[in-house]
Design a binder for this molecule. Structure first.
Ligand code: SLL
Length: 140
């Protein structure tokens, strides 16, 4: 699955506390539907946000916010109850809002039209799936 963030600079619509609109997401590779094996995804935002713990029990597993600062977002994925031993995977994903000096040198300054994407592939291997879970995974 893919875990990442996408951020848009708000340009003229920006104010001191809301310079960017961003989304943190967990999704399947190539848009694959995860809902048959994921029970919930919990995102832990920075405590400066209202209700920083956000729980999604159905796709799309994502949260969109506006803000001004970068921080590490906690991500806890809980799999369906029949998926065996490791029912949860906990990780973090860095929210990236601002291009680095090198990125600016290469692509020019940040604009409202070029979103910043930072994502990575996370491989999840199930060892002890019972029959039902395995069949659901295969049939999708
Ligand atoms: C920093 N360590 O100082 C980070 C903290 C926190 C960002 C960044 C809140 C926006 C809102 C927000 O963007 N917090 O409350 O609407 O850079």
């Amino acid at each position: 699955m893919i875990v990442g963030t996408i951020a848009h600079y708000l340009g003229k619509r920006a104010d001191e506390y809301h310079s960017h609109r961003w989304t943190v997401y967990v999704r399947g590779l190539d848009g694959e539907d995860l809902s048959h094996c994921v029970e919930s995804v919990e995102f832990a935002l920075h405590p400066s946000f209202d209700e920083p713990t956000r729980v999604l029990t159905q796709a799309p597993y994502e949260v969109t916010e506006t803000g001004w600062g970068e921080f590490d977002i906690g991500v806890k994925i809980t799999f369906s109850s029949d998926c065996g031993e490791a029912r949860t995977v906990t990780t973090t994903t860095p929210l990236k809002l601002f291009p680095s000096a090198e990125e600016i040198a290469r692509h020019g300054p940040q604009t409202t039209k070029k979103p910043l994407i930072k994502e990575r592939y996370e491989e999840i291997v199930f060892h002890e799936c019972d029959g039902g879970f395995y069949k659901r995974m295969k049939s999708h």
